[in-house]
Design a protein around this ligand. Structure first.
Ligand code: AMP
Length: 207
């Protein structure tokens, strides 16, 4: 089956995705991770995306759909989409590529989004996520998993976080109704601990 993780920035999509890959063998496709990689490489795509990302705005739909088309086709199965689709146009585009069987909607209020993202740190090497308040690394600044250096994403500052939440509310939140009408949306309370969120999602997946 193909799965979509929906929810505001900071809801824990990346953390949950890592667990789902480990335990269910999904193939993880995060458009945000791909874009950050392109920015790092300084590719044409990266140069195009950088400004949007720094402002917390969305990269144009056609660019995103092109990236996804390069990586999946109508025979792709077992994909876990994280941070995609983010607009109705992207959801419609995805439907033209492959079927989506289940959408997990991670619900989290704005104040909690800001609190979490301000404290988020990410491993430069393996991409693991930490939170200085709720999930600190054992050694400050160092990844527990691979020993890599932790950094703060440039878009995880309060002004950009608020803008990302507004963009989410205006452009991505309508996807909740869109997938609800298709009867494939399941809501999960993202304010719970990562373990509890995973447990509830695993329950949904095991049906
Ligand atoms: P994320 O890591 O999912 O929070 O994405 C970081 C940034 O990359 C976003 O704030 C957007 O600027 C851009 N981005 C990632 N995924 C998408 C998408 N599906 N559509 C448009 N922009 C995206």
């Amino acid at each position: 089956m193909n799965l979509v993780l929906l929810g505001p920035p900071g809801a824990g999509k990346g953390t949950l995705a890592a667990r789902l890959v480990e335990e269910f063998g999904f193939v993880h496709l995060s458009t945000g991770d791909i874009l950050r990689e392109e920015v790092k490489k300084g590719s044409e795509l990266g140069r195009l995306a950088k400004g949007y990302m720094e402002r917390g705005e969305l990269v144009p739909d056609e660019v995103i759909l092109g990236m996804v088309r390069e990586r999946v086709d109508d025979k792709s199965d077992g994909f876990l989409f994280d941070g995609f689709p983010r607009t109705i146009a992207q959801a419609e585009g995805l439907e033209g590529i492959l079927p989506v069987h289940l959408v997990i909607y991670l619900e989290l209020p704005e104040e909690e989004v800001v609190r979490r993202l301000s404290a988020r740190r990410v491993c430069k090497r393996c991409g693991a996520n930490y939170n200085l308040i709720t999930q600190p690394p054992k050694v400050p600044g160092i990844c527990d998993r691979c020993g890599g250096e932790l950094y703060q994403r440039p878009d995880d500052n309060e002004e950009v976080i608020r803008n990302r939440f507004q963009v989410y509310t205006e452009q991505s939140a309508p996807l909740v109704g869109y997938y609800e009408r298709k009867g494939i949306l399941r809501r999960v309370d993202a304010s719970l601990s990562p373990d509890e969120v995973f447990r509830r999602v695993a329950e949904v997946l095991r049906g």
